[in-house]
Ligand binder design. Structure first.
Ligand SMILES: [Zn+2]
Length: 74
């Protein structure tokens, strides 16, 4: 019975995960728990910086983050 309970908890936890599709390479992106709108994440496939535009139930809309000019440090 304990095992069944654990499986149910696992299923519930996995359902609460956010999935999205990378707008750059179309790979499935799994968002970390507690991620918020306008947060910047990176695609594990193409390493692109992505902005979390909108979060809905189990999905999130992602857009490519604007390129950051690395001119600081000079
Ligand atoms: Zn990607």
């Amino acid at each position: 019975m304990l095992i069944i309970k654990k499986v149910i908890i696992y299923l519930f936890k996995s359902m609460s995960k956010l999935f999205s599709i990378c707008p750059v390479c179309d790979a499935q992106v799994v968002l970390a728990e507690g991620v918020e709108e306008s947060e910047i994440i990176s695609c594990s496939d193409c390493r692109c910086r992505l902005v979390v535009e909108k979060i809905e139930k189990n999905t999130a809309a992602l857009t490519k983050a604007p390129e950051v000019e690395e001119d600081w440090g000079e």
